[in-house]
Write a protein that binds this ligand. Structure first.
Ligand SMILES: Cc1ncc(Cn2c(C)c(CCOP(=O)(O)OP(=O)(O)O)sc2=O)c(N)n1
Ligand SMILES: [Ca+2]
Length: 525
């Protein structure tokens, strides 16, 4: 009979999970041996970088991705990066090594005590099979759970299971297919179309799921038929709509009261592919203005269940966009021109204003560039200067957990080799995933990293003011030189003094990874 390992490898191959992001320990080696041709192992030097890269790759390819981590210490290191993957609903399949079965109870070294419980708050499904013969089925369940829930799944496997005989039923798992249909049928669809068609002043709120699921252009068609304003949902991790489109009103502020204010005068707010809402700073108030009806459409049943206000339909937002676009017919009104970009603000003294940096990116890089951004005090500068008109153009850590930026950019560059990829990272954030630079060098990825050095945790300075605690300690990070750090990981780097030098560096096409550091002035988010 075939071994558990052989069935597991074959199942993963049939499901297309042949790129493995990992950092191995002894527990993992019996799974990793004998990987069939066609499998690719991408080594990260820290589990935070491993999960960040896998998250970027999975979002870029739109497929579940296999992650292999080392027992408790490796799984624990991955938790921070997992908060982002959970929030961006990324289907990661995490297989972690466990001590051999007889050694788990006595808690021998490298025993991952109660492994599923360690991860449960952060994954949609976690398990450790009760016997070796259940490993192939449990692995299949992990893949299907991740795909259906669009949430990481976690499987802990004792390392003596892999060589065990899989048993006569194990091959049955190889042919399994599990899918979800999400089109609202009959009455549900009719009721929704009626509500939207009957609205006097409808508004659209689009979540990152619209871009991850490939509905960016469909959303533009629907919006132009509705003719009302379009916002991106708060705490945005993917751009779902062209940010200079005449109907686009920007990213909703992440506070209850300002969101309510934005909806003033709209009798219907249709939220597609987002939770209601991922608020951040605590700005209390009414959730909705009087007379405003909110209808949320999401595949995420728990997001629908936990929303504090409005109606929700658990369905495929893409199918709903199609249904509504059909029902609304062709719009009469021309929507006007894309909004022009303003001249970038400049800063006092030698430092660049972030708007000057972003204007340089916009002007010097190809229009189809993909940006992976983790710079937390420059969001308003970013949206004021950028002109992103294509799907898959913008990634941001979905739960605000730092450490996604650099690894995510590496993962996206691996997953979308056809488009230029640029990481835009703050001098604080860069430290949480810095080891990904080594992987970028290893794979000679044509990745540009723009490092904004303002010598402080800028966003926290702003929050300190907002919370009335401007004197909190631990907010300054002077003296970091990422050109030397990058060189140490094998990535050529340069410090650009001034915007002309920055533009000249950006204008040169990269044939491998490069980092360009600029000193920037502190701005507010
Ligand atoms: C893993 C992790 N640790 C700490 C934080 C807290 N944090 C921190 C430390 C920020 C400062 C980031 O500094 P930066 O240099 O990357 O960007 P800005 O200077 O533009 O804010 S923003 C923020 O929420 C976090 N979000 N995630
Ligand atoms: Ca900073």
């Amino acid at each position: 009979m075939p071994s558990v390992r052989r069935i597991a490898h074959e199942f993963l191959e049939r499901q297309g999970l042949t790129t493995v992001f990992g950092n191995p320990g002894s527990n993992e080696l019996p799974f990793l041996t004998g990987l069939p041709d066609g499998f690719r192992y991408v080594l990260g030097l820290h589990e935070g970088a491993v999960v960040g890269m896998a998250d970027g790759y999975a979002q870029a390819t739109g497929r579940p991705v296999l992650v292999n981590l080392h027992a408790a210490s490796g799984s624990g290191n991955a938790m921070g990066a997992l908060t982002n993957a959970v929030a961006s609903r990324t289907p990661l399949v995490i297989v972690a090594g466990q001590q051999v079965r007889p050694a788990i109870g006595p808690e021998a070294n490298l025993a991952n005590v109660d492994a599923p419980a360690l991860m449960r708050p952060l994954v949609g499904w976690a398990a450790e099979p009760a016997c070796a013969q259940d490993v192939p089925r449990a692995l299949a369940q992990a893949v299907f759970e991740a795909r259906l829930q669009r949430r990481p799944a976690y499987l802990s496997v004792p390392y003596d299971d892999w060589a065990a005989d899989a048993g006569e039923n194990a091959p049955a798992v190889l042919d399994r297919r599990v899918e979800r249909a999400g089109v609202p049928a009959g009455e549900q669809g009719r009721r929704l179309a009626e509500a939207v068609a009957g609205a006097r002043r409808p508004a659209l709120v689009l979540g990152g799921d619209i871009d991850t699921a490939g509905h960016f252009d469909d959303a533009v068609r629907l919006a132009e038929r509705l003719g009302g304003p379009v916002w991106a949902a708060p705490s945005l991790f993917r751009l779902p709509f062209p940010n200079r489109h005449p109907l686009f009103r920007g990213v909703l502020p992440a506070g209850i009261e300002p969101v309510c204010r934005a909806f003033e005068g709209h009798d219907l707010v249709l939220v597609l592919g987002a939770p209601v809402f991922r608020y951040h700073e605590h700005l209390p108030g009414r959730y909705l203005p009087a007379g405003t009806r909110l209808i949320q459409v999401t595949e995420d049943a728990s997001a629908a269940a936990r929303a504090p206000v409005g109606e929700a339909l658990v369905a495929d937002p893409g199918a709903v966009i199609e249904l509504l676009t059909e029902a609304l017919g062709v719009s009469g009104e021309p929507v006007g021109d894309y909004r022009p970009v303003p001249a970038p603000r400049s800063a006092e003294g030698p430092r660049l204003h972030p708007e000057e940096v972003f204007a340089a990116l916009r002007d010097e890089l190809p229009a189809d560039t993909v940006y992976v951004v983790e710079s937390t005090s420059t969001a308003s500068a970013w949206w004021r200067q950028m002109d992103l008109r294509r799907p898959g153009s913008y990634y941001f850590p979905a739960a605000g957990g730092l450490g996604f930026g650099l690894p995510g950019a590496v993962g996206v560059a691996l997953g979308r080799p056809g488009r230029p990829v640029v990481g835009v990272v703050g001098d604080g954030s860069a430290n949480y995933g810095i080891t990904a630079l080594w992987t970028a060098a290893r794979h000679r990825l044509p990745l540009t990293v723009v490092l904004l050095r303002n010598g402080t945790y800028g966003a926290l300075r702003w929050f300190g003011g907002l919370l009335g605690v401007p004197d909190a300690p631990g907010l300054d990070i002077p003296g970091l030189d990422f050109t030397r750090i990058a060189e140490g990981y094998g990535v050529p780097a340069v410090h650009a003094d001034g915007v002309d030098e920055l533009r000249a560096v950006l204008a040169a096409h990269p044939d491998g990874p490069r980092l360009v550091q600029v000193d920037t002035a502190l701005t507010t988010p």
